[in-house]
Design a protein. Sequence first.
Length: 63
Amino acid sequence: MKIMSSTRDILYPDGEWRYVPPTAEQTVREWQESHPAGKKADCIRETGLSKPTVYKWWNVENA
């Protein structure tokens, strides 16, 4: 397996091959962008995130 790792590291030195799931913040922001008139309850239902998580990230301004 050393050959595969070495080749992978040469082709993708920054580790772009790894799958990094979106954060809860990203999920809420993306949902809000695609549902501009959406409500928090709809976001909770559709994303499966918990109520406290959606409320935490709902009104956070872009930094």
